[in-house]
Ligand binder design. Structure first.
Ligand SMILES: Nc1ncnc2c1ncn2[C@@H]1O[C@H](COP(=O)(O)OP(=O)(O)O)[C@@H](O)[C@H]1O
Ligand SMILES: [Mg+2]
Length: 250
């Protein structure tokens, strides 16, 4: 069944360098909880230009992951404007949001989020099949080869090291050549050396495809590799210099 309702279908734009790919204006996200309302995002403004690598730092609980979920269309803001890759996200219904994510966004999480019952190649190929992309297994194989896992295709996540699992997740995230790659503390579960290898692959892939990279990190050395760094505090972008206690040094 071909889904999208015409006026709600996501636009698939090839991001043009220099144009905004993410525009958040006065974004608020409030959630009801047992202890009363929690204000997670409180007037967040952020513009990301296509082709940038942007580092996002800030204390734990400042709203970094929530901001990423809003940009990915996985959380709906309570109010405010969210434009990503030419789409007005609050206007899209669930089907259109799912299509938007498949076509325009790649996500890498701290905890890898691979499907444990699928092999490495299946973890990369099955989402491509969902996105109705031709030659899914051939493309998945190529994507895994580019992250140095060409010899690990039939292996399950439990048979792979943490660094290898994160490389599978990177291969999966880049397999659709997304305009925007979101990474939430992708080295948080890895030792320093393995984390550096993973970050090198992430930057190399982003540069190869001209992908805009939004990278949440606690690591000052990783943040410094980005073309720009923003700091969140209390659910909005903090102005002023990046303070040293927001990140840890290697
Ligand atoms: N589903 C939820 N319900 C209630 N509070 C939440 C929920 N998700 C996140 N929060 C709260 O929102 C704040 C921001 O969380 P998060 O975006 O995960 O921060 P960060 O990634 O910067 O550590 C935290 O105080 C967290 O406890
Ligand atoms: Mg977080």
């Amino acid at each position: 069944m071909d889904l999208p309702i015409p006026q709600q279908s996501p636009r698939h734009v090839d991001a043009t360098a220099g144009e905004p790919i993410v525009e958040l204006v006065d974004v608020h996200l409030h959630l009801a909880s047992a202890g009363g309302e929690v204000n997670i995002l409180r007037g967040l403004d952020l513009t990301v230009t296509a082709g940038e690598t942007i580092g996002v730092v800030g204390p734990s609980g400042s709203g970094k992951s929530t901001m990423m979920m809003v940009i990915a269309g996985l959380e709906r803001p309570t109010s405010g404007s969210v434009r990503v890759a030419g789409n007005d996200l609050p206007q899209l219904d669930e089907n259109a949001l799912a299509l938007f994510r498949r076509r325009s966004i790649g996500i890498v999480f701290q905890a890898f989020h691979l499907v444990p019952t699928m092999t490495a190649i299946e973890n990369v190929a099955i989402p491509l099949e969902f996105a109705r992309i031709a030659d899914a297994f051939e493309k998945a194989k190529k994507s895994l080869e580019t992250v140095g896992l060409g010899d690990r295709l039939p292996h399950y996540p439990s048979q792979l090291s943490g660094g290898e699992q994160q490389r599978v997740a990177i291969a999966r995230a880049f397999a659709t050549k997304p305009a925007l790659l979101l990474a939430d503390e992708p080295t948080g579960n890895l030792d320093g050396e393995t984390g550096e290898q993973v970050i090198n692959i992430l930057f190399e892939r982003a540069e190869r495809y001209g992908t805009t990279l939004l990278l949440i990190t606690h690591d000052a050395a990783i943040a410094r590799r980005c073309s720009r760094v923003v700091q969140l505090r209390d659910g909005r972008i903090a102005t002023g210099p990046i303070t040293s206690n927001q990140t840890t040094s290697l």
